[in-house]
Structures are given as structure tokens and as C-alpha cells.
Design a protein around this ligand. Structure first.
Ligand code: GDP
Length: 366
């Protein structure tokens, strides 16, 4: 399951947003793998296509995919040196796929800013510095161990040591490790090292509700967008308080009316999820039948057998063919039968690269 870690200075609105996440959380019964942990919130990924599919296939239930948010509260200046919550929780972030920075852009004299005044760029730099320092510390621990392996000419250790030294030098010279070029070999190893400064990032600008309809009226937001642009990082305007209020409304229609009153089409949380999928190159395929219509998340470029393996390893091992119909073709034809008659149901083999919106039916040997 995709997981996104939420970081930010104290009093920027992280808990408010996280409470909105847990309030709109999924039914644990449908997601037995969801961890029961107060710092983890699992929300479903809304996808309008699911309802349409469930109608066509007369499915008894819909199971959307889910995404996990991890509240990594307490990252303050000096956290990597053990002043804040320290290394224990930094190890928590290492497991996430992407990091969402919650950045305070709202002014409110009643709510203290730990650094004295609202300044999103400075706040971001504090957090990013902490993430880099945490990496530096783990690299410095790891390198001496690698040196021992280098003595016996361990090839993998050589690649790892070279990659880590590059990152270390970059941090020490105040550069951004994400600007580094790694060889293909290094890339593979670097991925497994889970360095915080190499993770994909999202900036969540926490605005006053009155700024939501027109975020560019807020200069803190504009500064953040400029910074994001220079780094290729998207900024998502939200109001944590509004998100919290949305999460307390159960009725979908009422939610829509509430959102419209702020000039919004979707909740900020939905925008964060969409962006998360985008930056990580994630796509969705569907399995549909009378029992259920279900969404499955895969990484762009995945071939049919591996996509089948997401459902069950046996599907991958015994993969024969995949009956495939694209969502758009199905909608254009109106029914699976009509789609079949028009030749839109394809029988794809092991080299087929699964596309977003594919409706898959796997044939496999048991
Ligand atoms: P955290 O320390 O980052 O988890 O911050 P909290 O979520 O606890 O928020 C700190 C304070 O700011 C709380 O009193 C929130 O109600 C308040 N707060 C959060 N978001 C907003 C906002 O968009 N506008 C205003 N005015 N207050 C907010």
C-alpha cells in the first residue's frame, strides 16, 4: 500500500489534518492489512470509475484501493540530534514512499509559531535540513561497515559506498541529494537505502479557510509555489480546518455542498492523494464481477503477470493470459457483451504493459 509521511514544524496544522484523515478512514474489515497504530491513518482512494463499473457488472460491493498516511509529528530543529523525538521516529519515516510537508501559510496571532512568525520557506528549510542531517548520520554509521566489506572486494558494497559518499558530500556542501545523478546500479541500491532526502516530496500549504477560493491572494503561498517550481515540487493548497470539518460530514452530497461553499470541487485530501499517485507514477486497474468491483494500484510500466501478482502470487506464477478491456472502451460500448462484439476485449500475454483504467480478468494455472 502506498504510504505518505506527514512532516512539519509544530503548530502548522498537522494534527488537524491527520485527524481529518483518521476520521475519513476506511473500514478496517475491508483492509485487514491496515496497521492499527494511532500514527497511521488509512483512507480510501476515491475513483469515480468504480461506481460506474459496479453498476455495469452489477457488483454487490465496491472496494477502492487505500493509501496510508503516517503522522510524523514532532520534527523540530535538532530532531536528528535527539533533541526532538529523535531517531526512533525518523526510522518511521524511512518506510514511506513520499513525504508531504505541511507548511503553515495562515496568520493567526492566537496560534504561536515556534520560530516567531509565519515564514514558509524558512520552515521548509528547517525540516529539510533535519531530514538531510538524519541521512548524514545514518550514512556515517553505514560507511565504516561498508569499508570492511570492500576489503573482501564485495561488488555490491562498492556500489553502495560510492552512492553514499556522493550523498554525504552533497549534504556536507549544502547541496540537494535529489540533484545527484546515479548510475543504474547505484539507483537500485539507493532505493533500498530509504534515504529521506531522496524521497519524493509534496508541499501542502495550510491556508486560512478564507484564502481557499483564491490561494494566490496569500503571499506566503506564492513564495512556496515559487520555491516548489524551482525544485519541481507541487504545492497543494488546503485548509486543515476545512478538511477536518469535511471529515465530520458523512453524507456525500452534503460534503459537495460544503466544498462548493469554499469554491472547491474536491477535498484537499483527495488532491493530496491524486498528486501522490502522480509523483510516484501509480496507476489503477480494476477487477469486476458480481461479487465486487475492485481497484488495484500498480506502478506505471508493470506487465500483466506482475500486475496479477498484486492480487495473489499464484496469479503471477501460473499466469497464462489476461482478458483486458479498457474502461473508456467499456463506457463507449455500454456493456462487456457489446465490447466483446466490437472486438474491444483483448487477450493479452505476459509482455503486455497494463494501462490505467484496464479491466483485467486473469487466466492462470493453479
Ligand atoms: P500541529 O502541531 O502541526 O499538529 O498543529 P495542530 O494541527 O495542532 O494546529 C495547531 C493550532 O493551529 C490548532 O489550534 C489548530 O486549530 C490551528 N490551526 C490549524 N490549521 C489552521 C488554519 O488553517 N487556520 C487557523 N486559524 N488555525 C489553524
Amino acid at each position: 500500500m502506498l504510504s505518505i509521511g506527514i512532516v512539519g514544524l509544530p503548530n502548522v496544522g498537522k494534527s488537524t489534518l491527520f485527524n481529518a484523515i483518521t476520521n475519513s478512514g476506511v473500514l478496517a474489515a475491508n483492509y485487514p492489512f491496515a496497521t492499527i497504530d494511532p500514527n497511521v491513518g488509512v483512507v480510501q482512494v476515491n475513483d469515480d470509475r468504480l461506481e460506474n463499473l459496479a453498476k455495469i457488472y452489477k457488483s454487490a460491493k465496491i472496494i477502492p484501493t487505500a493509501i496510508e498516511f503516517i503522522d510524523i509529528a514532532g520534527l523540530v530543529k535538532g530532531a536528528s540530534k535527539g533533541e526532538g523525538l529523535g531517531n526512533q521516529f525518523l526510522s518511521h519515516i524511512r518506510q514511506v514512499d513520499a513525504i508531504a510537508h505541511v507548511i503553515r501559510c495562515f496568520e493567526d496571532t492566537n496560534i504561536t509559531h515556534v520560530e516567531g512568525r509565519v515564514d514558509p520557506i524558512r520552515d521548509l528549510e528547517i525540516i529539510e535540513m533535519e531530514l538531510r542531517l538524519a541521512d548524514l548520520e545514518s550514512i556515517e554509521k553505514r560507511l565504516p561497515r561498508l569499508e570492511k566489506m570492500l576489503k573482501v572486494k564485495n561488488a555490491e558494497a562498492m556500489v553502495e559506498a560510492s552512492a553514499l559518499t556522493k550523498v554525504k558530500t552533497m549534504i556536507e556542501t549544502d547541496g540537494r541529494p535529489s540533484d545527484l545523478d546515479f548510475s543504474d546500479e547505484e539507483k537500485k541500491i539507493v532505493k533500498n537505502l530509504n534515504l529521506l532526502s531522496l524521497k519524493q516530496n509534496l508541499y501542502i500549504a495550510n491556508l486560512a479557510d478564507t484564502d481557499l477560493a483564491n490561494p494566490t491572494a496569500n503571499n506566503h503561498f506564492n513564495a512556496l509555489v515559487e520555491k516548489g517550481k524551482s525544485l519541481g515540487i507541487d504545492v497543494i493548497p488546503i485548509s486543515a480546518q476545512v478538511e477536518y470539518e469535511i471529515s465530520t460530514i458523512e453524507d456525500k452530497e452534503e460534503q459537495t455542498i460544503f466544498l462548493e461553499s469554499y469554491g472547491l470541487k474536491e477535498s484537499g485530501l483527495d488532491s493530496v492523494i491524486k498528486k501522490g499517485y502522480e509523483i510516484l507514477g501509480l496507476k489503477t486497474y480494476f477487477t469486476c464481477g458480481p461479487q465486487e468491483t475492485r481497484a488495484w494500484t500498480f506502478v506505471a510500466g508493470t506487465k500483466a503477470p506482475q500486475a496479477a501478482g498484486i492480487i495473489h502470487t499464484d496469479f503471477e506464477k501460473g499466469f497464462i493470459k489476461a482478458e483486458t478491456l479498457s474502461y473508456d472502451d467499456l463506457m463507449a460500448c455500454g456493456s462487456p457483451v457489446a465490447a466483446k462484439e466490437k472486438g474491444k476485449v483483448r487477450l493479452e500475454g505476459k509482455d503486455y504493459v497494463v494501462q490505467d483504467g484496464d479491466i483485467m480478468h486473469f487466466r492462470f494455472n493453479v
